[in-house]
Design a protein. Structure first.
Lengths: 107, 408
């Protein structure tokens, strides 16, 4: 199963294994990773599953969709080049590991 | 020791526990849940969850409850509240003393006479069990009748149509989504919904249903008989907060707090239908949304901790129906003036509402940028005026971009 490593600003990282196709948000919420809220349930409507993907994985991800792009404009923490919504990033068996930073705030 | 007891484990009940702990509350926190699942997200029940058997998305992982010392009592209901002794009796006979009590029980579907709710072909969507029963029924259903053209009914209708089910939506009011959208939406929402969603919309039907006879049932409305093998009775909430059938809590209307007006009653409120002061002084309304549940919960936690200011969150809401993506920010009033921005024929537009010249609400169809800008603007001191938006080239996004970042 693919592994996601959630790096926190002020705490040790959470290492989460989840089946492929699971979204990064769902993997985090199911494990109770702090700082990932997912308030709308994965509909790209609330921008509370914002993560900063480590640069070396960015090219492997599907491009940002129109809705996600709009929602990223409204994140609580600043949008960066490597910002994504966790609900729009599915895990993939072809990518055994991905590292992301959890922003300071989501709400 | 302080002990907060929360009755109800929906979005609001879980959020109040989370907000208390995030703010450093050190007393005991207990959530009483009538279902025996880990508390879960409700919005997917009428959308993704009808498509495929998937595990429900928990509101928080199991470790959240352990790590934060939040006691979760599942499969139990509260049967009595003893306000004199500050204690709740549960269905297993146990008595929970509290120093603060939070009611977050959500709403129940409105019951109308003549509907046999126990009939196996009559469905609701409120719980995970409801959604799973409905998903099972959709495998074999051929004709479905949805009573009420509200959000849940139309979301279900869009899914059912996608599965090849012939759907008829019956609506007692004159238009689709009449309780939720401004009148400006009448022609468009009806047309779009018919095209991509339900099979037909029957306005002004009087809602008396008879569900006698198996396997096929019918809904009789205004003398017309609609045969169906699946009847959905969506979750349209009852208006009063009731406790064991009696209305016991009244909401304070003169302030924008979530407290009940009973003396010595701690902060309490209904989750998805918390009553919120509308912009008109003294009037209140019901808002059934995740945003309202969670923001009211955050506020209630602040009330418990003594740190709350006035409740001022901007209400927002969304619905997916097939390819339609509807988003609402703010609360419109019945007499608000409206202006439409965007391309109605292309199905990408927003209806802006104004009261006393100031923007109150933005309803957007497939225009997420307008929605996000509206949320920021409505929460700021710089709401656009009616004069602003009639200037050619006006864009909500451009105005919102001029706000300071902290204004969200």
């Amino acid at each position: 199963m693919p592994t996601v490593v959630f790096h926190h600003p002020d705490a040790p990282p959470d290492v989460v294994e989840a089946p492929a196709e699971t979204s990064l948000m769902r993997a985090a919420v199911q494990r109770g990773v702090r700082g990932i809220v997912g308030e709308c349930g994965g509909q790209a409507m609330c921008a509370t599953c914002h993560v900063y993907v480590h640069p070396e994985y960015l090219d492997e991800l599907e491009p940002i969709g129109e809705d996600e792009d709009e929602m990223l404009e409204d994140t609580a923490a600043p949008r960066l080049e490597r910002s994504r919504l966790g609900c729009q990033v599915p895990l993939d068996d072809a990518r055994p590991e991905i590292h992301v930073d959890v922003p300071q705030t989501q709400v | 020791m302080e002990r907060v007891v929360v009755i109800g484990a929906g979005h609001a009940g879980v959020q109040v526990a989370a907000s208390l702990r995030e703010a450093g509350f050190t007393g005991a926190v207990t959530i009483v849940a009538d279902e025996d699942h880990l508390p879960y997200q409700r919005p997917p029940l009428s959308k993704d969850h009808l498509h495929e058997a998937s595990a429900p998305l928990p509101l928080r992982g199991r470790t959240f409850y352990e790590d934060n010392a939040v006691e979760l009592l599942g499969g139990l209901t509260a049967t009595t509240i003893d306000r004199a002794r500050n204690a709740v009796t549960l269905s297993d006979g146990r008595i929970l003393p509290y120093t603060r009590l939070v009611l977050a029980t959500g709403a129940r579907a409105r019951c109308l006479p003549g509907v046999d709710e126990a009939h196996p072909g009559v469905h609701q969507i409120r719980t995970l069990a409801d959604a799973e029963k409905l998903r099972g029924a959709l495998r074999t259903a051929r004709r479905a009748v949805v009573v009420g053209a509200g959000f849940l009914g139309l979301e279900f209708a869009a899914v059912a149509r996608g599965k090849g089910v012939d759907v008829t939506v019956l609506e007692a009011g004159p238009r689709v989504l009449g309780r939720s959208l401004s009148r400006r939406w009448r022609p468009t929402s009806g047309r779009r919904t018919r095209r991509t969603g339900p099979g037909s919309c029957s306005a002004r039907a009087s809602l008396t249903c008879s569900c006698a006879g198996t396997p096929s049932k019918g809904c009789g409305t205004s003398g017309t008989f609609y045969p169906a093998d699946l009847v959905l009775w969506p979750w349209e909430p009852t208006r009063a907060t009731t406790w064991r059938g009696r209305r016991v809590w009244r909401w304070r209307t003169a302030s924008s707090s979530t407290r009940t007006c009973a003396p010595r009653t701690p902060p309490s409120w209904r989750s998805a239908t918390a009553r919120l002061r509308r912009p008109e002084p003294g009037s209140i309304g019901c808002l059934e949304s995740v945003q309202n549940a969670t923001d009211q919960a955050r506020h209630a936690a602040e009330v418990i901790l003594g740190s709350a200011g006035p409740y001022a969150a901007v209400p927002w809401f969304w619905s997916h129906q097939g390819s339609l993506r509807l988003q609402i920010a703010g609360v419109r009033g019945p007499a608000d003036a409206t202006v439409t921005l965007g391309d109605v024929d292309a199905g990408k537009f927003s209806v802006l509402s104004f009261r006393d010249g100031l923007m109150t609400c933005v309803e957007s169809l497939n225009r997420p940028a307008d929605h996000l800008a509206a949320r920021r603007l409505l929460g700021s001191d710089h709401r656009p005026t009616l004069d602003d938006v009639t200037v050619p080239g006006f864009q909500l996004k451009a105005v919102a971009a001029g706000l300071a970042p902290a204004a969200t």
